[in-house]
Design a binder for this molecule. Structure first.
Ligand code: PHE
Length: 496
């Protein structure tokens, strides 16, 4: 405001400001600061600014020294006494530079004479013009062109070209600008100065502030994945499924494998495929009578089964691990359901994290999310399973399904689920399913005519297919880009 008021105030009484540099120096402010004000006022046509180039001179280090201590020629001259002195004596008393430069310029100026090794004065007194010129330049005074040329040649000054401005009143000149008000405040009303207020105009083209809203938690999952999760959750709820509690990532081998009739020698139970826990390495709490029935069905069978015929080890079942599938949760839930009499049919689902000790690549992560659904009821058949799967996947937008016989230790029959992907023009595997074996269900105590149809799939798989994402790491884990999550449009996938 100081600079603006100064410019406008000055132009009120004077026609022009001839040189913005001098004006800035007079105000004691930096020229760049003044230049900003000039540009702004010029933009509003309050002043008219014409720019010009101006040569300016700055003192070199040597020049600055002479401006204080005097030129070497004068210092040399002053060292010569009126009666004269031998050159050798003078050389001892004077600074070598003052001696060499001073002697030659003194001679050139005809101030002294050097003959037979001694120096004598030719004039009584001298003026230090060089010092005066340098001080003048330092103070921004005008210096004659010839003198400037001389100082340049002696490298006592250097030239700098500056942009300067000549300022006059503009068409919209005012001696003092009113600060446009942006708000009508209580003070304005109290003081009564609201009558004279000029309001800043609305800039309807200004960009709005970005709105700070909540975003889907990016560290847990990308928004695409969260969207698909929500859709799938809704589908399950619409189909009458209840959510299972999946809040324990740590599970015992018993619930993850043994209770599912998965033999203890099965390769999935190797540490290459499964993360086992060091601490606590084992579980403390298993339902002992049920454990006994599971042991027996593995070793000798029962319920119409021959079993695996091997020596089942409790130590193996006690080992803690990070659950490798949410079917471990389904198993616990079915066991609990079996304990409640009379039996009531149930539809359960879950969507949560599972862990596999796998090499991470574009399509695999060591942890991912599994979607799991199951129906437990009297007299269910494979036809029911196919029908439920068709219903479920159709609601996700996948209407063309195919089933391929597969093997799981805990289901018979088992089917891999494929869906035709219109974009990719091929059948892609989307999940795994089956009917839980009697070796799994009957030791739990479920009624004999009760069957369980179940299926599982990863959450990442359909998300990648639906969104055309080809690297799983863009979707889940530490490499998820926060900005993609913030800026990405929400799209509804066309799910039904
Ligand atoms: N648990 C299986 C898996 O991890 C999926 C599955 C669930 C298969 C239920 C059959 C029945 O792939």
């Amino acid at each position: 405001m100081v600079a603006e008021d100064a410019i406008l105030g000055f132009l009120q009484s004077q026609d022009e400001i001839a040189d913005s540099h001098e004006f800035a120096a007079g105000l004691g402010i930096d020229h760049t600061e003044l230049e900003n004000v000039i540009k702004r006022l010029n933009g509003f046509e309050i002043i008219d600014a014409q720019d010009f180039k101006k040569d300016n001179y700055l003192l070199t280090e040597e020049g600055k020294l002479y401006a204080v201590e005097g030129s070497p020629e004068v210092n040399f001259f002053l060292a010569v006494p009126p009666e004269g002195i031998s050159l050798a004596n003078l050389k001892i008393t004077l600074d070598p530079k003052v001696f060499s430069i001073g002697s030659s310029w003194s001679k050139k100026n005809n101030w002294i004479e050097i003959a037979k090794g001694s120096v004598t004065r030719k004039v009584d007194a001298v003026e230090d013009k060089v010092k005066d010129l340098l001080k003048g330049i330092e103070d921004g005074k005008f210096v004659d062109g010839n003198d400037v040329a001389e100082l340049l040649k002696r490298k006592l000054i250097v030239k700098q070209t500056w942009k300067g401005y000549k300022l006059r009143k503009g068409p919209k000149y005012v001696s003092k600008r009113k600060k446009a008000a942006t708000d009508l405040t209580r003070e304005h009303l109290q003081k009564g100065d609201w009558k004279d207020l000029e309001f800043k105009e609305y800039n309807l083209n200004a960009q709005g502030q970005p709105i700070q809203i909540g975003y889907l938690q990016p560290l847990l999952e990308a928004w695409q994945e969260a969207m698909v999760r929500e859709e799938i959750q809704n589908i399950f709820l619409q189909m009458g499924f209840e959510e299972m509690p999946t809040n324990n990532f740590v599970e015992s081998s018993f619930w993850n494998f043994d209770a599912l009739f998965q033999p203890q020698q099965h390769p999935a139970r190797d540490s290459h495929d499964t993360f086992f826990l060091k601490a606590p390495a084992t579980t403390r709490d298993l339902p002992e009578d049920y454990v006994e029935r599971v042991k027996r069905v593995h070793e000798v069978g029962g319920y119409g089964s021959k079993g695996y015929g091997y020596d089942w080890k409790r130590d193996e079942a006690d080992k803690n691990l990070l659950r490798t599938h949410t079917t471990a949760v389904s198993t616990r839930m079915l066991y609990m359901l079996a304990q409640k009499k009379p039996f009531t049919p149930k539809r359960y689902y879950s969507i949560d994290r599972v862990f596999r000790n796998e090499a991470v690549d574009r399509t695999h992560l060591a942890e991912f999310h599994q979607i799991e659904g199951l129906i437990c009821d009297h007299g269910l058949t494979l036809g029911d399973l196919i029908g439920v799967l068709e219903d479920f996947f159709a609601r996700l937008g996948m209407t063309k399904l195919r089933f391929k016989p597969a093997y799981n230790p805990y289901t018979e029959p088992s089917m891999e689920i494929f869906s035709y992907h219109d974009g990719l023009n091929k059948w892609v595997e989307i999940g795994n399913s089956g009917m839980f074996r009697p070796e799994m269900l009957l030791p739990m105590g479920l009624p004999e005519d009760v069957n369980v149809i179940a299926w599982g799939l990863s959450l990442e798989r359909p998300t990648m297919i639906l969104y055309g994402i080809d690297n799983i790491r863009d979707l889940f884990g530490p490499k998820v880009d926060f900005n993609v999550i913030k800026n990405g449009p929400i799209c509804r996938l066309g799910l039904q």
